[in-house]
Design a protein around this ligand. Structure first.
Ligand code: F6R
Length: 266
């Protein structure tokens, strides 16, 4: 796992965008695994501004609420169309169909899409409880696409996008951990103090199904890109010169050498 701590969300967004562009320009055919939520919004904004050629890029999204039609403003299909798909010339785009009542068939359909489209890069956010996609604690690491019952913490966190908490769907189709782990590369982004505990547990805690993101410790090519607030509980950061206050700090908030990139001789 490569961990990069950057000053703020803006820098994180810029770096993540350039990493994704690096993958997009590396091959003739590319498959990107995409996430929704607030974390990737800045990245998608950069896509809209710069309009890179993505005519060779297929996208596969992580998840979709069950029961929301694609034209519902809070469906992930709507989010992706609005943020990205209406603005760029992707070769093909895929999301689970939240309105398919045949859940078994929908999961099989999505697994078949994933089997045909090996993910070159999977972009991930992380829930405050450590979920990735909608794989909630405690999750079976061997599952592929499945229906997940959302836990109250996730329903409460996502209620900020809805008029009331009662409108948040309680189930979702989600890519499973097994499929996420099959991506060639993974980029996980997190910013803000509310993500600090999950980031600490993911990076420094044991690999356990009660902290789904901890499985990423076992993936051979994961980049974790976090801002200082999300990184604030990490031992390495508390003791570094990057805003740290530990004994090893040569001066507080010294990020002269590219925040936590070895400034002050550490
Ligand atoms: C979204 C997804 C979720 C989010 C996570 C963080 O497709 O799969 O796992 O990445 O809930 O959400 P934000 O970015 O809104 O904090």
């Amino acid at each position: 796992m490569s961990l990069y701590v950057v000053a703020d969300r803006e820098e994180l967004t810029r770096l993540a965008y350039h990493m994704i562009i690096g993958v997009i320009s590396s091959k003739e055919e590319v498959t990107l695994g995409l996430a929704t939520g607030s974390s990737p919004e800045g990245i998608y904004e950069l896509f809209r501004q710069n309009k890179p050629d993505v005519s060779h890029v297929t996208t596969v999204n992580l998840d979709e609420y069950i029961g929301l039609p694609a034209d519902h403003e809070q469906s992930y299909a709507y989010y992706m169309k609005n943020q990205l798909f209406d603005h760029l010339n992707f070769k093909a785009t895929h999301l689970p169909d939240g309105m398919n009542p045949d859940q078994e068939a929908e999961c099989a359909r999505y697994d078949a899409i994933l089997a045909e489209n090996v993910l070159d890069l999977q972009l991930l956010g992380i829930g405050t409880n450590g979920h990735i996609a909608f794989n909630e604690p405690v999750t079976d690491f061997e599952l592929t696409t499945h229906v997940e019952k959302l836990v109250q913490e996730t329903i409460d966190a996502n209620s900020r996008f809805f008029d009331s908490v009662d409108e948040v769907p309680t189930t979702a189709y989600t890519m499973g951990i097994k499929s996420i782990m099959e991506a060639k590369k993974i980029l996980l982004i997190a910013s803000g103090p509310e993500k600090a505990e999950a980031i600490k547990a993911m990076v420094e805690g044991p690999v356990t199904e009660s902290m789904p993101a901890s499985i990423l410790q076992r993936h051979p090519d994961v980049t974790v890109l976090v801002d200082q607030e999300a990184a604030s509980l990490l031992e390495a950061v508390k003791n570094s010169c990057c805003g740290g206050t530990g004994d090893n700090c040569c001066s507080d908030n010294d990020n002269s050498d590219g925040c936590c990139g070895g400034g002050c001789g550490h």
